[in-house]
Design a binder for this molecule. Structure first.
Ligand SMILES: [Mn+2]
Length: 462
């Protein structure tokens, strides 16, 4: 007889439970009888390939102390992997600086994975967020093979927008309601969320789940420091947004299961315009494809999991077809954009504006406002360097700033000052090189555009 402790239960269809148990090794089985966490279950070798039945449940319970002992034993027996080396000096030194947090996160993910406690992964809907999610997914797939524990208790959600919202909170609570586990559920946020709007929902979520959080957006002054306990952000280490969230997630993945997702690191750097990006053609294509499929699903309002993204990325035909379609659509959109843009010339810099309706009316599958502004901003920069590019879509303004102007413009402080001093800005944020502003719907877009250009002009000049 083998003795197991039930560590996590997921309610499954047909009144079945999907149970994760710990004995000499972890095991997962469906149960037709009702079990609870900490129940002691006894199984014969031949039961390992069937279901838990009432006769297997002893009626005895393990103590939480025993559970904790088993967990810490498993954690201490985990190999201590070296972590990722990218041979990009600044990146590797950043990972060393953040190593303690990165290891802590990997170990927390492992704890939930191995005990079957649920993990909700939420990643930003662009290449940076997706590349990190794919790396961690691959690490979990490897652990799945090594430990014969499946990853069905890990849920993947592409997060639309930059905030962890009240809607996200209620959705996540609903998903977690089908689980009961001894270890606390986990919410892992990647490449978004460092905005005031997230604070209340995250604080509420922390009663249901531990939150670990990988971001690289600048941290505003009012940002709740309580939240920073399980939070990794290069800005808190004297570094900046050039260390992408995707690359940090790849570092977590490599600590978790020795996965070297260097292709994902490179793609995340390229798509987020990191100063450490290396423009090789395979990274360029991967970035384009990940941006394209996250864009497509965002505009359709559908979710996409790392598993489905991997199925595209690792299938040459699918990959090539998404890449060539995306490249063609983006190039066409850029040339339309250039012919409809307005150039404002100043002494030593340019401000270029474009009404996004010129692009959106073409209904491109792989082109989306924010992402388009980045590649359009690059094209504008090649012609009118240094420049600020503003692409506005009704009440949403997307802005890209040439590196030479970021210090002079100081975009994020500009946005928060404008927000404090006027009543037409609803919210705004991002990076100093790339940000967006949402204005109140009743405010006329052209009036705001004039104010915005004037404000930028005076800041860059001074
Ligand atoms: Mn990012």
């Amino acid at each position: 007889m083998h003795r197991f402790i039930i560590t996590s239960i997921r309610n499954a269809p047909n009144n079945m439970q999907f149970c994760t148990m710990m004995g000499s090794a972890p095991i997962q089985l469906y149960s037709s009888a009702i079990t609870e966490p900490l129940d002691i279950v006894e199984l014969n070798e031949e039961d390992f390939s069937s279901q838990i039945q009432a006769k297997n449940i002893t009626g005895r319970k393990a103590t939480v102390e025993e559970y904790n002992g088993l967990v810490s034993k498993m954690l201490s027996e985990r190999p201590d992997y070296n972590g990722i080396t990218t041979r990009i000096k600044e990146l590797d030194s950043a990972f060393t600086k953040m190593e303690a947090k990165i290891s802590e996160m990997a170990s927390r993910i492992f704890q939930n994975f191995i005990t079957g406690a649920p993990i909700i992964f939420r990643f930003h809907n662009d290449c940076d967020g997706a590349s990190g999610a794919i790396a961690i997914f691959k690490a979990l797939e490897k652990l799945e093979k090594e430990n014969r524990i499946d990853t069905s208790n890990c849920l993947w959600i592409m997060n639309k927008g930059v905030a962890y919202t009240m809607q996200a909170l209620s959705y996540d609570k609903l998903r977690l309601a089908q689980f009961s586990s001894i270890s606390k559920p986990l919410l892992c946020i990647m490449d978004f969320g460092t905005v005031d709007e997230s604070i209340l929902p995250i604080n509420q979520m922390s009663s249901y789940a531990d939150v670990i959080w990988i971001d690289h957006h600048p941290v505003s002054e009012g940002f709740d420091s309580k939240l920073k306990a399980n939070y990794v952000n290069p800005w808190l280490y004297g570094l900046g947004s050039d260390i992408t969230a995707g690359s940090i997630a790849c570092a977590v993945a490599s600590k978790l299961a020795n996965i070297k997702a260097n292709d994902m690191v490179k793609a995340s750097l390229l798509s987020d315009h990191s100063a450490y990006a290396i423009n090789d053609s395979s990274a360029f294509q991967l970035a384009m494809v990940l941006d394209a499929i996250t864009t497509e699903n965002s505009s359709k309002g559908t979710n996409i999991t790392p598993k489905s993204m991997v199925a595209i990325v690792e299938n040459k035909n699918k990959f090539d077809s998404v890449f060539s379609d995306a490249e063609e659509q983006i190039n066409e959109a850029i040339s339309i954009g250039i012919s409809h843009s307005k150039l404002h010339k100043y002494d030593g810099f340019n401000i270029v504006t474009l009404d996004y309706s010129q692009i959106s009316k073409n209904k491109y599958k792989y082109v989306r406002h924010g992402r388009f502004t980045s590649v359009f901003g690059d094209a504008i920069e090649q012609r009118y360097k240094p420049s600020v590019t503003i692409v506005y879509n009704k009440s949403l303004y997307s802005i890209r700033v040439s590196k030479e102007l970021t210090k002079r413009l100081d975009l994020l402080p500009m946005i928060s000052e404008m927000k404090d001093n006027t009543d037409f800005i609803m919210n705004g944020g991002g990076h100093n090189e790339a940000a967006s502003i949402k204005i109140e719907d009743e405010y006329a877009p052209n009036d705001f555009l004039k104010i915005l250009i004037k404000e930028m002009e005076s800041r860059i000049k001074s």
